[in-house]
Design a protein around this ligand. Structure first.
Ligand SMILES: [Ca+2]
Length: 496
C-alpha cells in the first residue's frame, strides 16, 4: 500500500486501517452465516446443467450456480473418495498427516481413521457455538474413536462406510463372507448394506436413500435459531446404479440404460437440494446461508480406458476418478451466499476444496488453534475485494508419490503410470498437447514447487481398505482352519 500524501487520503488511510482491524466475524456480529457444504460422490464434471450437461436436468443446482459464483478452476485434493474427504474436512492436504488411501470401513479397526491429531471444520466451528451436523457418507474411519460425533459433529444421520445401497430392501444385518458359490467376498464397500445410523443408534431407512438424506437435512436446517454448519455428503451418484423407476422414466430420451439410471440418481439429488433451499427460505435462513456444492472426485470410469463404469462424463476433461489428469480432480464447484455475494457469475482463479474449511472458520470465528489451515478464505476473492487467484499452485500426491501433479494458473506437470506430462493450461486446458520435451524450464519450475510442498508431507500410514479387508478375512479363515484341524484330532470323549 502506498503511503498517503494529503489529509483526505490520510483520513481514508486511517479509516481503512481501522476497518482492516475489525475481524470479519465481528462485522457480522450476531449474524454469523450458516454453513452448508453439499458434497456429491463421483459426480462427473460434465454431469450437471451448469457445467454443460444436456441430457441430465439439475434445475436447482443450476439456479444456485446462476445466483452464486461458479468456480471454473476448482479442485479437490485427491482423485478419489477417502483422501479427498480428509482434505476437505480438515482444510489440510491429507499427505500432511499420512492419509493417502481409502480407510477401512471396519468398526473394529481402532487404528484406521482420520488421525485424532487433526481437527475438522465442525470441531473448529463448534467452539464458536455452531450447531454442527453431518448427514450421509462419512468414510473417515468406522471405529468408535473416529465416529463423526467424536469429530466435531453434534448430529449424524447416515453411514460410516465408503458407499451404501440406495434402497432399504438391500439392508441386511447378516454379513456373508462368501458368495452362494463359496467364493470369498472382498469388497471395499463393506458396510454398504448395513442399516443407517443416527448418532450411535440404528436409524430408520424407509425410502430412497437420497430422499431420506435430503429430508433429514431439511429438518436439520429448519431447527433452531443459532448458526448451523451442515456437511451433507450424498453418496449420489456413486454406484450402485439404483434409482426409483418413476425418476428413471423421466429420462427415456437417454438411450443408454445405465446412463438413464445415473441421470435419475443425480435428478433425485438435485430435487433434494431444491427441498433444502425451500426449507431455508421458509425459515428465513436462505440469505445468510453460505452454500458450497462440489464433488469429492471426478467421473467414475475405468482408469486408462474409454468405457465408463457408471456412464458418467468428465465433460471436456481427460480421464476421471483416480487420474492425475483434469478429469480426476477438477470438479463442479458452487459458492452461494446471497447476503454477501451480490454479483453472481463465474470465477476462474484456482480454488480448492481446502478453502471450504478456511472460509467457514474465518466467517464463523471458529477455532484456529492446532495444525494450520491450508486453504484460503474465498469470500474477498469472490466479491472482488481481493484480486487474483486464491492459490498460486495446487498439489496432488497419491500413494507415496507413485502418481503426482502440480498445477499453477498457467501450467500443469503430472506423473502417473511412470509417465510424465507437462501442459500449458492457458492454451491447452484439456491437456491434449504434452510439452514435456519442449519446455524444460517450465518443468523445472513446477518440480521445484512440488518438492517444496512435499517437504512438509508424511508417508502414507494406512492400508487400502480392500487390502486390509482381504488380510482380515484371511486371518479369520486361517484361524478357522487351524481350529478345524485341531478339532479333527480330538479323540472321542468317553466318560466313566
Ligand atoms: Ca467418490
Amino acid at each position: 500500500m502506498k503511503s498517503p500524501h494529503n489529509l483526505k487520503s490520510l483520513f481514508l488511510y486511517g479509516f481503512g486501517l481501522l476497518m482492516a482491524a475489525i475481524p470479519s466475524d465481528l462485522a457480522t456480529a450476531g449474524e454469523k452465516p450458516n454453513i452448508l457444504v453439499i458434497l456429491a460422490d463421483d459426480l462427473g464434471y460434465g454431469d450437471v446443467g451448469f457445467t454443460g450437461a444436456k441430457d441430465i436436468r439439475t434445475p436447482n443446482l443450476d439456479k444456485l450456480a446462476a445466483n452464486g459464483i461458479s468456480c471454473t478452476n476448482a479442485y479437490v485434493t485427491h482423485a478419489y473418495c477417502g483422501p479427498s474427504r480428509a482434505g476437505l474436512i480438515t482444510g489440510r492436504y491429507q499427505a500432511r498427516f499420512g492419509l493417502e488411501i481409502n480407510l477401512t470401513n471396519s468398526p473394529f479397526d481402532t487404528h484406521s481413521g482420520l488421525p485424532l491429531s487433526e481437527k475438522t471444520f465442525a470441531t473448529r466451528l463448534k467452539k464458536a457455538n455452531y450447531r454442527t451436523g453431518i448427514i450421509g457418507k462419512w468414510h473417515l474411519g468406522a471405529a468408535p474413536p473416529f465416529h463423526p460425533n467424536e469429530r466435531g459433529f453434534d448430529y449424524f444421520y447416515g453411514f460410516l462406510s465408503g458407499g451404501h445401497s440406495y434402497f432399504p430392501s438391500s439392508v441386511t444385518t447378516t454379513r456373508p463372507l462368501t458368495t452362494p458359490d463359496g467364493d470369498p467376498i472382498y469388497t471395499a464397500n463393506e458396510g454398504s448394506d448395513l442399516p443407517l445410523s443416527r448418532n450411535n443408534k440404528n436409524a430408520e431407512f424407509e425410502e430412497y436413500l437420497t430422499t431420506a438424506l435430503s429430508k433429514d437435512a431439511v429438518k436439520f436446517v429448519k431447527k433452531g435459531t443459532e448458526p448451523f454448519c451442515l456437511y451433507l455428503a450424498y453418496n449420489a451418484p456413486h454406484q450402485p446404479l439404483q434409482a426409483p423407476e418413476e425418476i428413471i422414466a423421466k429420462y427415456s430420451h437417454i438411450e443408454d440404460k445405465n446412463r438413464r439410471v445415473y441421470a435419475a440418481i443425480i435428478d433425485e439429488m438435485d430435487c433434494g437440494i431444491g427441498m433444502i433451499v425451500a426449507a431455508l427460505k421458509e425459515s428465513g435462513k436462505f440469505e445468510n446461508t453460505l452454500i458450497f456444492f462440489l464433488s469429492d472426485n471426478g467421473a467414475s470410469m475405468k482408469y486408462g480406458k474409454t468405457d465408463r463404469e457408471n456412464y458418467s462424463s468428465s465433460g471436456p476433461f481427460r480421464d476421471g476418478k483416480g487420474s492425475m489428469r483434469e478429469g480426476g480432480s477438477h470438479v463442479p464447484y458452487i459458492v452461494h451466499w446471497p447476503a454477501k455475494l451480490k454479483n453472481p457469475g463465474k470465477f476462474d482463479g484456482l480454488v480448492s476444496s481446502l478453502d471450504i474449511a478456511a472460509t467457514a472458520v474465518a466467517l464463523g470465528g471458529g477455532d484456529t488453534s492446532g495444525e494450520k489451515l491450508e486453504g484460503v478464505n474465498l469470500i474477498p476473492y469472490l466479491t472482488g475485494e481481493t484480486t487474483g487467484s486464491p492459490h498460486s499452485a495446487l498439489f496432488w500426491r497419491e500413494n507415496n508419490g507413485k502418481a503426482w501433479a502440480v498445477r499453477t494458473e498457467n501450467s500443469k506437470f503430472l506423473m502417473q503410470s511412470n509417465k510424465k506430462e507437462l501442459y500449458d493450461m492457458s492454451a491447452d486446458p484439456y491437456e491434449k498437447n504434452n510439452i514435456l520435451e519442449q519446455q524444460p524450464e517450465r518443468r523445472a519450475e513446477l518440480a521445484k514447487l512440488w518438492n517444496e510442498w512435499n517437504a512438509g508431507n508424511k508417508a502414507n500410514e494406512y492400508l487400502q481398505a480392500e487390502a486390509y479387508q482381504r488380510a482380515r478375512l484371511k486371518f479369520y479363515e486361517d484361524l478357522r482352519k487351524q481350529q478345524l484341524e485341531k478339532a479333527a484330532k480330538v479323540k472321542p470323549l468317553q466318560i466313566d
